[in-house]
Ligand binder design. Sequence first.
Ligand SMILES: [Zn+2]
Length: 397
Amino acid sequence: MPLEVVTTLRELIRRPSVNPMSKEAPSDTLFEQPVTDYVSSLLGSMDVTIYRQQIAKNRINIAARLDGSTPLNEGGKILVLEAHQDTVPVTGMTIDPFAAELREGRIWGRGACDVKSGIACILTVLSRLAEERPAPRPTVIAACTVDEEFGVTGARAFPQMWTDPTMLALPRVPDAIIVSEPTELEVVVAHKGTLRWKCQTQGRAAHSSRPQEGESAIYSMAKVINATQQYADTVVGQLASHPLAGSPTLSIGRVEGGISVNVVPDLCTIEIDRRIVPGENWEVAFEHFKNFLTTQVPDVTVTHEQPYSTTPGMSDQINEQLSSHLSKVIQEHGYPGRRVGVTYGTNAWAYAARDAPTVVFGPGSIQQAHTVDEWIEIEQLHRATDILYNFALQFGH
Ligand SMILES: [Zn+2]
């Protein structure tokens, strides 16, 4: 029996796979292992070959391969369906994150939308193909990667599985990769990347009863923050633009400084998020901002840490054929199947950067991702599964 997508999704939600995001203390709901084990057991019941790639402790990329009706060296095509196993944390949620409740035509819980729904869809598609063995059909690889929500370590490593002779042993990069994320059944063909780093101002500590003997790092940072706001409002948006992904943006997400109300603070730190549009270079973007501060606030010394996160955007340069094909299949199912750009990042850039035509597609809306009452419409779940299945059939021709 092929998998049933609703049951599969509910079982996935019941297994926590929370990304620790940074260095929070580990708890038993952290990391992807429970989901990896469940995916592993589902794949074990199918006639497919399973491969594992250890990324870190309790963090494993898992992929399954179903060979196509035509060998790859005789023109058979390679289709990869990918989804990430991790979710964002559950703090502040107003529903039980792991109950997988079914009501109002929706399934509720952490990961319902982002993106256990995608895992359920691609595994269901694989199980149907493995059982029905339609011909022609492409070689299909279903991959569930780790750590999308923070370090992107899973997606960065996954391409090594393609060519490794002990793993997928592909003779070339995949012909098409569909990355599951909530796109409301539209086709995302381009998206932005990110550049994130911390910077500091230093002062001189003093007792707050004699502040004139110290130098406040917070006052210095206030000047930096004002200049940064000016940069964000009037400068960064002019630096580049992409017809689908839009213009670059910049935002300060955190500020931290001082140890006590009665001490003049000697250190203040801010954390900056700069969105990179496809074609932009993060090093150039980083330098541009640093130079701006030097000119605008020459009296303040700002120390910039090396960025801890840099991901390029994904451009629509090499996915035109794939996106128009997928869009056509979506339209056959009665949906618009628009080809769009988005401002958020996904795993897709890591595969597009290896010259594999890649698009993002899946059920649900990004509006419901990471929310306090995350849900997915069951109708969308079924439609996404049917669309991916029919795309796979057509891609075999
Ligand atoms: Zn996601």
